[in-house]
Design a protein around this ligand. Structure first.
Ligand code: NAD
Length: 292
């Protein structure tokens, strides 16, 4: 249903730097229009020194809420009133919901990944997972999978600063959720083989294999892949990474990160409006945007 802007129109938006390249305004404003919700979504370039003021404006202007992207995901935590469990464990937020002046910080990347898996009839409950990566995307997925009942997660990363940073976070997530979490060096090939042999799902949450280096694999060899080991890759550019191609050649389910991107937006939309995003309308728009 088409709707003109009125005196009642509410505002949602993105605070990032840079923010103007984002697909989110198309995603959310199209969804508002489709569902007849009187709201718009705009992108705002927000400087770090004005983040606090900009978040206060959510209350002052009675905005529905906002999304946050780099470089504000961690700093924004200090300016909200409450955090979801996942946001507290991760220490970062990508969504703020305005509940009558009270600002709640959420993180929806992990929810987006698990929702995308569900579209392929895959759930993490009572499963063992192997996850490559310890950065923002990996931490969000690990945390949400642990909250949603994964039995155990083996995390592999190269020995960089992400490795050091995630160690205490994993201990906290394990303590709070009961999910068994182990961190290993990605160079430990024997352990990777053991972990994968016990796992029902492999997730790549590193940026290895992403354009402009699509020939790279995040694992040392593809012999560890098998037909009954679904592989999820957070990367959506290229649409099929070398890892996903190898998994598909083994006969395994292979899923790229487009569904995660779509569903993290849909989760924020639901938090603001209580409504389901019209995924069937938005997915082709997002696919076209990524092909550009
Ligand atoms: P990040 O910078 O926080 O983390 C990068 C991760 O990659 C770290 O674990 C790092 O150790 C690892 N890494 C980097 N170089 C490596 C190498 N040569 N070998 C092995 N590991 C290496 O980044 P992020 O925000 O977590 O993003 C990671 C990927 O996830 C990116 O490709 C990003 O586009 C994608 N992503 C996708 C979605 C989605 O919705 N599909 C959401 C967020 C991020």
């Amino acid at each position: 249903m088409k709707k003109a802007i009125s005196g009642q129109t509410r505002l949602a938006g993105l605070y990032a730097l840079p923010a103007r390249h984002s697909f989110s305004p198309t995603m959310h404003t199209t969804s508002f229009r489709e569902l007849g919700i009187d709201a718009v979504y705009l992108s705002f370039d927000v400087q770090p020194e004005t983040l606090g003021r900009s978040i206060q404006a959510i209350r002052d202007l009675e905005m529905l809420g906002i999304n946050l992207s780099m470089p504000h995901k961690m700093a924004a935590i200090d300016h909200v009133d409450e955090l979801s469990q996942a946001a507290r464990l991760i220490g970062a937020i990508n969504t703020i919901v305005n509940q009558e002046g009270k600002l709640i910080g959420h993180t929806t990347d992990g929810i987006g990944c698990l929702e995308s898996l569900r579209e392929h009839n895959l759930t993490v409950e009572d499963q063992k997972l192997t996850i490559l990566g310890a950065g923002g995307a990996a931490t969000a997925i690990i945390t949400q999978a642990a909250i949603d009942g994964a039995k155990a997660i083996d995390v592999f990363n190269i020995c960089d600063s992400f490795y050091q940073t995630i160690e205490p976070k994993l201990a906290l997530i394990e303590k709070e959720t009961g999910c068994r979490l182990n961190l290993y060096d990605l160079a430990d090939e024997a352990q990777l083989s053991r972990s994968l042999a016990e796992s029902q799902l492999l997730i790549n949450a590193t940026n290895v294999g992403m354009d402009p280096d699509p020939d790279q694999l995040p694992i040392p060899n593809t012999e560890v892949l098998r037909a009954d080991l679904p592989v999820f890759d957070v990367i959506y550019h290229p649409a099929q990474t070398k890892l996903l191609k190898a998994a598909e050649e083994k006969g395994a389910i292979a899923i790229n990160g487009l569904g995660m991107l779509l569903h993290q937006g849909a989760a924020a939309f639901k938090l603001w409006t209580g409504e389901e995003m019209p995924i069937k309308v938005i997915r082709p728009l997002l696919e076209a945007e990524i092909r550009k």
